[in-house]
Design a protein around this ligand. Structure first.
Ligand code: NDP
Ligand code: GDP
Length: 330
C-alpha cells in the first residue's frame, strides 16, 4: 500500500516541491486548496493529474476534519500560512488567525480523526528575529513581526500537543529558502525578476527597502528533502534547516544584476516606505543537528540559486511579460 500524505499550502512554493518529492517516493499525495474565483494551481500544472486537491481552509475547522477523513493520510504537512512578513503588520489579526490558530485547528483535526498521523509544522527562522547568530535549536526566540509572533505560537502549540497528547508532531525551523517558484513579493524573486525585466527593456528601475539586512538563503528544492526526512525519524524532534552562509540584500543585488552584466547601482533606489517597522538584521542558521540526525546537507549554493532564478525569470518574461509584472508597494 502506498503511503499517503496531505499537504496544506500545496499551491505555494514549498507545497509544490514537496508534492513532487513525495510523488517520486511513491506516495499518494493530497493537498488542501482554499476557494478562489479563479484557479490558483500555476505551480502544480506539471503534476496536477497525479495529485488530489481537496477544498478546505485553515480558518475552517470542519473543512480540515473533512480533508483528513477524505485523504486518510499517514503524514500531514502543514505548510499553509500568511507567509509574507511585510503584510503581517497590515493584516496582523488575519495573520494570527491563519498562521497561529490555523496550526491548532489542524492539530485538533488530527486528534479528532486519527491521532496516529504524523504532523509537520512549518516553523520559521523569523522566530529568532533579533537573536544573535548563528541560531540553532537552543537559541531563544525574539520575534520582530506579527508573522514571527504567530509562527512562535504555531511552534509551541505543536510542541505542546506532542507533550500533552503524545502526537507525533514536530517543527522544522527553516531559514529563508527560495526558487524560481518563490512569490514575487519576496526580496530574492523581486530582485531576480526586476533584473530580468530591466535586461529585456520591460522595466526601468527598482525600488528597494533595507539593503543591509542579512539572510541565510537556501534552495527550496533542497529544503523539502529535510522536511520529509524529519518525519521519518523514530521519535519527533524539531530541527533547524539552513545553509550556514549569510549574505546581505546588497550582495543579492550584485549577484543577480552582474549575472546579466548589469551594475545594480544604475537601477536601484531605496524607497523609505519599504523599510519595515521592525527589522530582522541578521539570520544565519546552524543546522549541524539535522546533519548529525539524518544526514541532511544543502546542495545548492547562493550564487547557483540566484543564477537559476534570474534565468527562469528571463525565460518567463520573454514568454509572457504581463504575467510577471512586479506589484509596486511591497
Ligand atoms: P507560500 O506563500 O508560497 O505558500 C503559502 C501557502 O499557504 C499557499 O498555498 C496558500 O494558498 C496557503 N494558504 C494561505 N492561507 C491559507 C488558508 N487560510 N487556508 C488554506 N491555505 C492557505 O509559502 P512557502 O511555500 O514559501 O512557505 C511554506 C510554509 O513555510 C509557510 O508556512 C511559510 O510561512 C513557512 N516558511 C517559509 C520559509 C521560506 O523561506 N519560504 C521560511 C520559513 C518558513 P493560496 O495559494 O491560496 O494563497
Ligand atoms: P523575510 O526574511 O521572510 O522577511 O523575507 P523577505 O524576502 O520578504 O525579506 C528579506 C529581507 O530583505 C528583509 O530584511 C527585508 O527588509 C529586506 N528587503 C529589502 N528590500 C526589500 C524589498 O523591496 N522587498 C522585500 N520583500 N524585502 C526587502
Amino acid at each position: 500500500m502506498p503511503r499517503k500524505a496531505l499537504i496544506s499550502g500545496i499551491t505555494g512554493q514549498d507545497g509544490s516541491y514537496l508534492a513532487e518529492l513525495l510523488l517520486d517516493k511513491g506516495y499518494q499525495v493530497s493537498g488542501i486548496t482554499r476557494r478562489s474565483s479563479s484557479p490558483n494551481i500555476e505551480r502544480l500544472t506539471h503534476i496536477i493529474d497525479r495529485i488530489q486537491l481537496i477544498s478546505g481552509d485553515l480558518l475552517d475547522q470542519n473543512s480540515l476534519v473533512a480533508a483528513i477523513q477524505q485523504s486518510e493520510p499517514d503524514e500531514v504537512y502543514n505548510l499553509a500560512a500568511q507567509s509574507f512578513v511585510a503584510t503581517s503588520w497590515r493584516q496582523a489579526e488575519l495573520t494570527g488567525q491563519f498562521t497561529a490558530l490555523g496550526v491548532t485547528r489542524m492539530l485538533d483535526a488530527i486528534r479528532a480523526v486519527n491521532p496516529k498521523i504524523r504532523f509537520y509544522q512549518a516553523s520559521s527562522s523569523e522566530m529568532f528575529g533579533a537573536a544573535t547568530p548563528p541560531q540553532n535549536e537552543s537559541t531563544p526566540f525574539h520575534p520582530r513581526s506579527p508573522y514571527a509572533v504567530a509562527k512562535v505560537f504555531g511552534h509551541f502549540i505543536t510542541q505542546n500537543y506532542r507533550e500533552s497528547f503524545g502526537l507525533y508532531a514536530c517543527s522544522g525551523i527553516l531559514f529563508n529558502h527560495e526558487s524560481p517558484r518563490r512569490g514575487l513579493e519576496f526580496v530574492t524573486r523581486k530582485v531576480t525578476n526586476a533584473a530580468a525585466r530591466i535586461q529585456l527593456g520591460l522595466q526601468k528601475d527598482l525600488a528597494m527597502g533595507n539593503l543591509s539586512a542579512k539572510r541565510d538563503w537556501g534552495f527550496a528544492g533542497d529544503y523539502v528533502e529535510a522536511i520529509w526526512m524529519m518525519l521519518q525519524a523514530d521519535t519527533p524532534k524539531d530541527f533547524v534547516v539552513a545553509t550556514g552562509v549569510s549574505h546581505s540584500v546588497e550582495y543579492l543585488l550584485e549577484v543577480a544584476f552582474s549575472h546579466l552584466n548589469l551594475d545594480y547601482r544604475d537601477f536601484v533606489r531605496v524607497d523609505p516606505s519599504l523599510i519595515r517597522p521592525a527589522e530582522v538584521d541578521y539570520l544565519c542558521g546552524d543546522s549541524s543537528e539535522a546533519q548529525r540526525a539524518f544526514g541532511w546537507k544543502p546542495r545548492t549554493n547562493f550564487e547557483q540559486l540566484i543564477a537559476m532564478m534570474v534565468e527562469a525569470d528571463l525565460e518567463r518574461n520573454r514568454r509572457n511579460p504581463a504575467a510577471v509584472h512586479f506589484v509596486s508597494g511591497v
